[in-house]
Design a protein around this ligand. Structure first.
Ligand SMILES: [Zn+2]
Length: 322
């Protein structure tokens, strides 16, 4: 089977899952458009999920505006968007089905321990050193009481029984990366992103995850969690992010360009241009070298993109917005 056809067809379920912590910038809109066009091009379903587990930073007005912006550039989705803030019971159920242990370490404790050990146990930078994994019941009770005295509680970590896992990515091939005893529920009671995203994708039957390549190294640990939960492991397509003229990734907090700054029509034209041959950072040189890109000569709005969309032709180099 052709790489790009894996998981294609009516059984395909894709998604875009923004956090309502700001307006979507052009890079977010581009990734959303690619995820949408991929799903529609194979006759699949496309879902939008609101990732508002961070209740302090998430705002209903951003959610409303993000959905309006996605619609403004021509995207549509199946069913009502679900919100992570309304799915506590699902995350709680999943947590009960996973092997966990309470962790009493602060970030500083972990850094100190790693420094003393001369690095992470299996070479992954910042990997949890296992401090609380095998504490006795008595030690656990004592540390729980200590934390409780200052009004805090432990985090819950996964008791991982592998050191690495793999995920399949249409653009990057097989990705192998370290898995550690990752946090599943934070000390402040907030669900960890890794848990919520895996539970949601499993619950919603997502078959392929198209998202920015800043999350590439998270894919194996998320696939491992899906495996532990007995869910089918989705495949991935991590697409290059958009950077500014200085090479910095566009970010909501840096006030990068949104539909507050340019029209939906301009945004669509820029996104389509970025998908043409040589539309990435390579410019005309990339065209000359016959690099990736799609023939979009008959496409001038994103709504028509699925007709010619080719996942494998996504330019692989970073895209620069000036
Ligand atoms: Zn710990």
């Amino acid at each position: 089977m052709d790489e790009a056809d894996r998981g294609a067809g009516p059984a395909y379920v894709g998604r875009y899952a923004p956090s309502p912590t700001g307006h979507l910038h052009l890079g977010n809109l581009r990734t959303a458009a690619i995820a949408w066009a991929r799903a529609r091009s194979v006759g699949g379903r496309f879902l939008v999920r609101v990732e508002d587990i961070d209740r302090q930073r998430s705002r209903p007005e951003f959610e409303e505006q993000q959905l309006a912006d996605l619609a403004a550039i021509g995207l549509d989705w199946d069913g009502e968007p679900v919100r992570q803030s309304e799915r506590d019971s699902l995350y709680d159920d999943a947590l009960r089905r996973l092997p966990t242990f309470p962790c009493f370490c602060s970030r500083k404790d972990i850094q100190r321990e790693l420094a003393e050990m001369g690095g992470a146990p299996h070479g992954a930078p910042g990997a949890y050193p296992g401090t609380c994994r095998d504490l006795s019941e008595a030690a656990r009770a004592e540390k729980t009481a200590e934390l409780a005295a200052s009004g805090r509680g432990p985090s819950l970590r996964l008791r991982a029984d592998v050191r690495e896992w793999r995920a399949e990515d249409a653009l990057h091939g097989t990705i192998v990366d370290a898995v550690d005893d990752m946090v599943l529920r934070r000390a402040d009671g907030m669900w960890a992103y890794n848990l919520a995203v895996v539970v949601d994708d499993a619950d919603q039957g997502v078959t392929e995850i198209v998202r920015g390549d800043d999350l590439l190294s998270s894919a194996p640990r998320q696939a491992y969690l899906a495996h532990l939960l007995g869910a089918p492991e989705p495949t991935y397509a991590h697409v290059p992010l958009v950077v500014n003229g200085e090479g910095r990734r566009l970010a909501k907090r840096d006030g990068d360009v949104t539909l507050r700054d340019i029209s939906a029509g301009e945004a669509q034209r820029w996104i389509l241009d970025s998908l043409r041959a040589g539309g990435g950072a390579g410019g005309e040189d990339a065209v000359a070298e016959g690099l990736m890109g799609m023939d979009l000569s008959d496409v001038d709005r994103i709504a028509d993109l699925p007709e010619v969309f080719d996942l494998m032709a996504i330019p692989r180099e970073q895209v620069v917005f000036r």
